[in-house]
Design a protein. Structure first.
Length: 93
Protein backbone atom coordinates (compact mmCIF):
# COMPACT_ATOMS: atom_id res chain seq x y z
CA UNK A 1 0.00 0.00 0.00
CA UNK A 2 0.87 3.62 -0.34
CA UNK A 3 1.72 5.92 2.57
CA UNK A 4 1.43 9.69 2.71
CA UNK A 5 1.35 12.42 5.34
CA UNK A 6 -1.09 15.28 5.84
CA UNK A 7 -0.04 18.17 8.06
CA UNK A 8 -2.86 20.04 9.79
CA UNK A 9 -1.47 23.11 11.58
CA UNK A 10 -3.57 24.51 14.42
CA UNK A 11 -5.59 21.27 14.62
CA UNK A 12 -6.03 19.23 17.79
CA UNK A 13 -5.27 15.53 17.70
CA UNK A 14 -8.95 14.83 18.34
CA UNK A 15 -10.02 16.98 15.38
CA UNK A 16 -7.36 15.33 13.20
CA UNK A 17 -8.64 11.90 14.29
CA UNK A 18 -12.21 12.91 13.38
CA UNK A 19 -11.10 14.07 9.93
CA UNK A 20 -9.09 10.88 9.41
CA UNK A 21 -12.10 8.78 10.40
CA UNK A 22 -14.32 10.61 7.88
CA UNK A 23 -11.70 10.04 5.16
CA UNK A 24 -11.38 6.36 6.11
CA UNK A 25 -15.16 5.87 5.98
CA UNK A 26 -15.43 7.62 2.59
CA UNK A 27 -12.71 5.42 1.14
CA UNK A 28 -14.39 2.27 2.46
CA UNK A 29 -17.76 3.31 0.98
CA UNK A 30 -16.49 3.50 -2.61
CA UNK A 31 -17.22 0.45 -4.77
CA UNK A 32 -14.92 0.02 -7.76
CA UNK A 33 -15.88 -1.79 -10.97
CA UNK A 34 -13.02 -3.08 -13.13
CA UNK A 35 -13.43 -5.69 -15.86
CA UNK A 36 -16.77 -6.86 -14.43
CA UNK A 37 -15.25 -7.25 -10.94
CA UNK A 38 -16.42 -5.17 -8.01
CA UNK A 39 -14.17 -4.40 -5.07
CA UNK A 40 -13.58 -1.85 -2.35
CA UNK A 41 -10.44 -0.68 -0.63
CA UNK A 42 -9.74 0.30 2.97
CA UNK A 43 -7.40 2.71 4.70
CA UNK A 44 -5.44 2.38 7.93
CA UNK A 45 -4.56 5.79 9.32
CA UNK A 46 -2.19 6.88 12.08
CA UNK A 47 -2.67 10.28 13.72
CA UNK A 48 -0.02 12.12 15.73
CA UNK A 49 0.20 15.62 17.18
CA UNK A 50 2.61 17.95 18.92
CA UNK A 51 2.06 20.88 21.21
CA UNK A 52 3.86 24.10 20.30
CA UNK A 53 7.53 23.88 21.23
CA UNK A 54 7.48 20.17 22.07
CA UNK A 55 9.34 18.80 19.04
CA UNK A 56 12.39 16.88 20.23
CA UNK A 57 14.22 13.60 19.63
CA UNK A 58 11.94 11.72 22.03
CA UNK A 59 8.68 12.89 20.41
CA UNK A 60 8.97 12.85 16.65
CA UNK A 61 5.75 13.74 14.81
CA UNK A 62 6.16 11.42 11.83
CA UNK A 63 7.47 8.55 13.95
CA UNK A 64 4.37 8.84 16.17
CA UNK A 65 2.04 8.77 13.17
CA UNK A 66 3.96 5.85 11.63
CA UNK A 67 3.77 3.82 14.84
CA UNK A 68 0.04 4.53 15.09
CA UNK A 69 -0.40 3.45 11.45
CA UNK A 70 1.34 0.14 12.06
CA UNK A 71 -0.75 -0.39 15.20
CA UNK A 72 -3.87 0.08 13.04
CA UNK A 73 -2.55 -2.44 10.51
CA UNK A 74 -1.63 -4.95 13.22
CA UNK A 75 -5.09 -4.69 14.79
CA UNK A 76 -7.13 -5.54 11.72
CA UNK A 77 -6.68 -2.59 9.36
CA UNK A 78 -9.40 -0.20 8.17
CA UNK A 79 -9.19 1.96 11.30
CA UNK A 80 -7.76 5.19 12.66
CA UNK A 81 -5.32 5.01 15.57
CA UNK A 82 -3.96 7.93 17.59
CA UNK A 83 -0.34 8.07 18.68
CA UNK A 84 -1.27 9.06 22.22
CA UNK A 85 0.08 6.55 24.68
CA UNK A 86 -3.33 5.65 26.15
CA UNK A 87 -4.78 4.77 22.72
CA UNK A 88 -1.78 2.64 21.74
CA UNK A 89 -1.73 0.82 25.09
CA UNK A 90 -5.47 0.10 24.87
CA UNK A 91 -5.08 -1.48 21.45
CA UNK A 92 -2.07 -3.57 22.50
CA UNK A 93 -3.88 -5.16 25.49
Amino acid sequence: GEEFAVLLPHTTENDAWNLAERIRACIADVLFNVADNQFSVTASIGVSSLEAGSLNKERDLLLGADQALYTAKANGRNMVVSSTRDALEALQH
